[in-house]
Design a protein around this ligand. Sequence first.
Ligand SMILES: [Zn+2]
Length: 306
Amino acid sequence: MNSGRFLGTSALIALLLAAAPGAYAVETSCVLSELGDLSGATRVVIDPFPGWAKGASAERMKEIIDRINRTLIGDLEPARQIKITLVRPHDARADSISSFQIFLAWPPKDEQDLEATLSHEYGHALFKRNMERYAPAWKQWNALTEKERMTGPRPAAPPGLYRSTDYEELLADTLAVIEADDPKAMAKALKPMEGNFGRDFTVNLSVKEFAKRRASTATELLSTPEKTDPHHTLNPVRSFIWNQYLSKPENKPYYGKILSTLYRVSAEDMLKQAKESELPVRRGNWLKKFNKRLIKKLKKALKDFE
Ligand SMILES: [Zn+2]
């Protein structure tokens, strides 16, 4: 999901129907089944509109997912099925919803854009698949409809689960960075909007500096913890992950182990937060605490890779 360019599901369906009625009979489908000892294969269905660049593009998308499954996810379970629906609107970049459906604006800017965006969205699919294992409470929460979540009595869910997208966006960005082998992969794929700088893993953003910046940026997004943009809340953790682990070439063979540990530790942290009875109200302190706690846990779990 990309903030600022998100289209709601109903808007997307409307756009799809308007763009190409009856055009979805053609499916480019494939099961990535040659995955060695992984416990399951990902079925990839690509749902194109007429006139899209067939062939090489579909193969490229399958290659990207296959490579991630084979070499980058450690002991995570690959997503069972993803459906990639190509959409025309230039401003609808990408969005994944709970059924692992990925909407991809087509054509991408370039090869790097495709890699970063598709990897990021597949990171969401991995999150949903693996949180079902690591965090059963999250599975129940995720089964609620969007409306039930948004309109339920406050707090509609335990705080940690309400904030699950913070972890999800962090992990999706991390996968994109690892896949592209480029710490700026996500930042490059996004338009240079204010605030996207923090998704560049090399900006070296400390928790202190981050909290200061956030406090001085008076936007509606930051007015309450619940509304804080999940693409940015864990930006200091992005810097930490880069500085501490991914910037070291000797860690490259262990990217899968590092990534799967990030998912597992995030699940643990999320469940711990979920046990806290109230959402913290002071945003600066809350952001500091959130980032610091996760960094501390990662440091412990990944000490072999420092
Ligand atoms: Zn996202």
